[in-house]
Design a protein. Sequence first.
Length: 559
Amino acid sequence: MVQFNEERQEKRVRDLRRDEEEQLTEILSKKYGLPYLDLTNAPINRDALRVITQEKARMAKLTVFNIIDKNISVAVQSPSLSVTKEALQELTDRGYRPEVFLVSSRSLESTWERYKDLSYSFETKGGALDISNEEILEAVKSVKHIQDVKGLIENVLAMKKGFRISRILEIILAGALATKASDVHLEAEETYVRLRYRLDGVLVDILTFDHETFGLLLSRVKLISGLKLNIKKTAQDGRFTIKMGIEDIEVRTSVLPGAYNEAVVLRVLNPKSIAVPLEELGIHPRLLAILDHEIKKPNGMILTTGPTGSGKTTTLYAFLKKVHTPQIKIITIENPIEYHIPGIVQTQTDTEKGYTFLEGLRSALRQDPDVIMVGEIRDRETAEIAINSSLTGHLVFSTLHTNNAAGAYPRLIDLGANPKVLTSSIAISMAQRLVRKLCTTCRKAVTLVGEEKKLVEDVLGSIRDKSYIKGIQKETVWEHQGCEKCNFTGFKGRVGIFEAIVTDEEIERVVRENPSEREIKKAAEHQDLLSIRQDGVLKVLTGITSLEELKRVVDVDYE
């Protein structure tokens, strides 16, 4: 005999009716020319609810569910209702800029229910996630290891959904700040979602959680980043600011369509991690003395080269802080502004509005600066103006995407720079990489043997000026182990490895005659400056990093 389950049958009918209502709303959205949304499980910006009272929202058949500055996202059941039109006009009259979405009555009801959360929520500014409340600041203090982040998130997952999503995001960000992570990665796999931090340039797994939680978290990230909730098939970029006490920490959001859901990367631009003095970057004292001499000159160009994430911007900021005095005017053109320096005019490019590095540089020159920092030279016009600026009484700092110091010259010639003018402009070309520093608490000394011993001897043998290796032991290197102080990674912090070429008569001759990387390197040998490979091996022998870590970053076997 078949048992009839009345409760299950009623649930099926309710589900069918709900699906039919959502399908009908989606069809009507095309008719009205408005984007469709289902807000039943979406996180709502509580400050957005404060824009209009619950009574007025119910009367006008609408709700405000997100706000960034004066830009608001408004969900309506029908844009043709007179009460809805009047309410939208009233919002416009108050200075708001509404973006209207079509939703079902069920979506509206679920959003109106959120008004009851207002009495015990803490306020956040539009476009800024305020984590300066006591609980989150306490979370930052309580996170000593990445395992602590996992524990805190797992505790919050047990809370009821109405509160947990915002709290999970706050703990993820608080954990990133506490562990000094540069990026937060949220990646959807087939049956789970993975959270990873980039610590000292390497991705580390934190925990995995379910797709339902990720869906809510993704919506929350999109809301505070100013991204479109209904766009899922194309990449989107946004930003928000973490208000932490008196500090503003900017977070850049990148959302990319993936196989199982969208992938999210949050880049944490922490001013503390980038405000490193020039003397603490890891530059060898001999090169440091040359740089110190060059940045004191009133004109010329100093270029820093290397791949993305090699610390070029940190080096440029260190230059700026070194030359900054009240007597000179400094202007920067950046994307993004990662560290605010008082007394310096810093501008940020915005390609959507046509404000590029080129336009920024042109505008900066009209401001009569003494020093200009151009975040990146990437086209012919920017290269030409930067070079001409360095020839006409300006000190110019900039970056290029090349693999080594010698590559800067042919790269600029490829961009259309005149070789004769180029050598008069560039004072020094640098290249750099970042290697992780060994944790001094748990590192382990091992004796050099076999292939590794031969490799180190070959690199040391290639150093022409033997004063570099005077007093340095050549028998022992150190390996990483792992302890509580380094999150069991064996590494703590990063340091730069550098090489540089100073433009002298020999470099000028080669650049005019045969500007290939190989010839420029050969012409620079008499300068007796360390290559990245040599600088790295010296840092290995002094216990700063490991040979394995150096091999991860540079090709030690070839130069």
